[in-house]
Design a protein around this ligand. Sequence first.
Ligand SMILES: *[C@@H]1O[C@H](CO)[C@@H](O)[C@H](O)[C@H]1NC(C)=O
Ligand SMILES: *[C@@H]1O[C@H](CO)[C@@H](O)[C@H](O)[C@H]1NC(C)=O
Ligand SMILES: *[C@@H]1O[C@H](CO)[C@@H](O)[C@H](O)[C@H]1NC(C)=O
Ligand SMILES: [Zn+2]
Length: 937
Amino acid sequence: MFIPGVIFLLTSTTLANPVFEIIADDNNEDEYAGYRLPSHQNPSNYNLIITLNKELFDGTNVQFNGTIEITFSVDKEVDYVQLHAPMQIDEIEITPGDLKVTETTLNATTSILTILLSDFLSANIDYTMKIAYTNNIEEKSMLGLYRSSYVDEDDVTHYLLTTQFEPVHARQAFPCFDEPSYKATFTISLLYPKDQGLNAIGNTPIDGKPIIENDYERVIFEETPKMSTYLIAFIVSKYTCTQSQKIEQSLQHLICSRPESETTRILASDYSTKILEALGTFMDIKYSTMLVKKMTQAAIPDFNAGAMENWGLVTYRESSLLYDRDESSDMYKQGILLTIAHEFTHQWFGDYVTCDWWDNIFLNEGFATYFEFFILSRMDNLLTMETDKQFITGTQQLALQEDGTGNYKEITAKASSPAEIAAKFDIIAYNKAGSIIRMIENIITTEKFQTAMHNYLQSNAFSTASPKDLLSALEEQAPVSNLPSGITFSEVMDNWFNKPGYPLVTVSYDGENVVLKQDKFLYLGADSTTKWNIPITYTLSTDEIKFENVVPTDWLTTSSLTIPSLLKDNKAWIILNNQESAYYRVNYNKDLWDRIAAALMNNHTEIHVLNRAQIADDCLSIARAGLLKYSEAITILKYLTKEMDYYPWSSALNGLIFLVDKAGEDSELGVMIKNKILELMEGVYKTMSFGNDNSEHIYIIKRNLILRNACRFGHADCSSNSVSLFQSWKNNGIKVDRNLKSVVYCNGLRYSNNPEEDWNFLWEKHNSTKLSSELDLIEEALGCAKNMNILKKYLDLSLDESSGIRNQNIQSIWNGIVLRNSWGLQAVLEYLAEKHEKIRLSYPEVPSLLGTIANKISNSEQLEQFKQIIQSDGIDESYKAIGQKLIASTILNLGWLESNKDDLTNFLSDYQASKSPRLVTLSPIFLITFTSLKLFI
Ligand SMILES: *[C@@H]1O[C@H](CO)[C@@H](O)[C@H](O)[C@H]1NC(C)=O
Ligand SMILES: *[C@@H]1O[C@H](CO)[C@@H](O)[C@H](O)[C@H]1NC(C)=O
Ligand SMILES: *[C@@H]1O[C@H](CO)[C@@H](O)[C@H](O)[C@H]1NC(C)=O
Ligand SMILES: [Zn+2]
């Protein structure tokens, strides 16, 4: 599964970015508490027929029915069967033998149906259980079997039915043993109304031609390979499809979507087959050997996640697959290719070999995250996207940031209830696991890693795997000479997988010797109980070849390590962790930091661009943790005035924006920090153009980062350019360059002299486009308006079904308003106070929004307002518990700010006194983050 936050964070600089963030409690540490099916049952085949009646497709009814025949055996003689079936059961029949059903009970919490029988089942006989059932499709949740819709150019609404089963929603469509390890073959048959222009798509090709049966058309899909229930999918719609190149010259590959979006399938069609084949080549396992016999990719108008890897039928949000070459930006192109690569990786890691239980979802998502970047970076025609480098600032540094809060568990932490399972799809399973996989590749070398991947997949094909299976495949390949002596590969990896957090390595010296120490890194508090086996690479100022080697030359396996005779004179520098090849942070003593700062100032290009990004990320994070003064961290980064590369800027802005957010964007300190950032940015800003240039990919990404933030901090040239491009679009119909839209739409509105009229103009554009990437951009920009009434009207519209805003986007709209502007927080606080009843009814995700709000609070007045909302009489009880915790964490945040205030104020006012007049005029200064469409669940 692809969670949009993951990809959009790549192009943004910050999440909600709390200092202290309180995440849901976990009090259920032990066993699987009745949520797991008994292990003695073995389903082997499902034969499913689902009838989808006419009313489902004209939107007038929600009921459907089906019959399923499940072939299964048992290892133990018992007089019951247990499976997932949260639906109305019309009839059950078990054959062979004279078995009667005596009682059925459904546990509504676990969805487990217990079927008591009149007699015992014999071990090792194939039984067939036939169940007729009735259920309702889902509408709002976009889970299970659900309905989506779109309006065509003639204003006619069309409905379609589609599925999203991961992790625990196959059970809503048909009774099944809905756990990943119960792999079986499936033969699925669908009946849908005839003569309506409908067609059906499944995991496998349609067997023969559709058959007419009374009022229905009936299709049967070919039998699937042995697979997990959550990977089943089907769509019944009026979609049309575009043929992409055949896969391995033999299998059909289609890109499908609503008919009028046909021209936007071209990007996916051009690249998809190549990506799938590149993966097959890397793994040395061809896609055609997987037996799903085709690939279909389909774009769904209403979609909860970003995309889903159903075997042979990958589904996407429209904006994650469809691309208009004249309208959509290169950022979208990158997002689409990464998403395709992610889902295609799952065809191997997830579909072919599946995690044995949700505890180990990283075996799916960690690899999908890793290869999403590192398969594209291995494709010749995509090298300019530099996805291998983008992984560091986008994926790994984000993992370090979140994992450092102490709010996350270890990669392999247990999960049993559906809520716990949903919570496993987090930054740890995706970004941290992906980063650990890259670290493994660096330790054992790419060639050995590739062999290990092949062997792991081959030996667990059509089955499930545990971390042990992965480790043994890796251990077989790992060169002993690359490991610490006397420690096996599995032992090396133990704490990386099985402990939360990661280490901070502190570097100091004793004469010519370098001394390394390790502690756990935490933004708050200290904990030295965990020690990691840390692979050490480093570069010295005296090295001829710098930063190239990523294979460990030393191991820090205990509290400390001394490496002799490295620093030959008192200017010699050392930088650890070449290209950020391993998952840890590095701190230095004052003198060593000074030497690094001097080297950066002297000639920063001597230091690898990824290590410059690492230094920026590490020193600001270490300051946030209180182990370095912010004044010192910013002094180390003084060289940024000369920095022209994307990656260091991405890391530095992320850390600096955090500081602005916490200081409060309009506070005295906040304004001083923003001035400082603009000063640092002036050099790189000057190299940016507002022209329509078709420059290289990374320049486009960099320009977006720089302009977005310069405008956000009130850079005069940036804001006036945005306003004038917006106005010439509005007044003269001159379209904004596709790669500048996100900057111009937002800032044209934010700095508008006539916000109401300009907002209405943009809203009309919203209502007249059907291109999903354009809708996303406009919905984001509409929240930039500096006008309280407009924002409240926009919040109202977002909850109004007839407005054309889809449910899937409400959260990003609300988050955007809160995060983007200081008045946005105010607008949402007031709206919440006035309309909490309406909000609760139409937008159940409010609790997660409360977290975003609390994290944006930077002064005691805002905290007071927030408290009043939480404590008011009419407020929903469910908000109160969360709200109280958030109040506590906000108080901590404000305290954190106090402890950093004097240092920063002194540092920045000295600096301002010495060079004030040259600064750009900072009229109203407003913040922006184009962040997270959706936070992790
Ligand atoms: C349903 O299952 C849960 C988890 O095992 C259990 O706590 C609960 O008591 C069960 N409910 C009923 C009605 O049996
Ligand atoms: C299932 O639905 C179809 C169409 O509505 C109907 O003809 C059929 O009788 C239903 N079957 C059951 C078992 O309810
Ligand atoms: C800076 O370092 C780079 C890389 O080592 C080198 O190519 C370049 O010539 C140096 N620039 C100056 C001004 O010394
Ligand atoms: Zn995924």
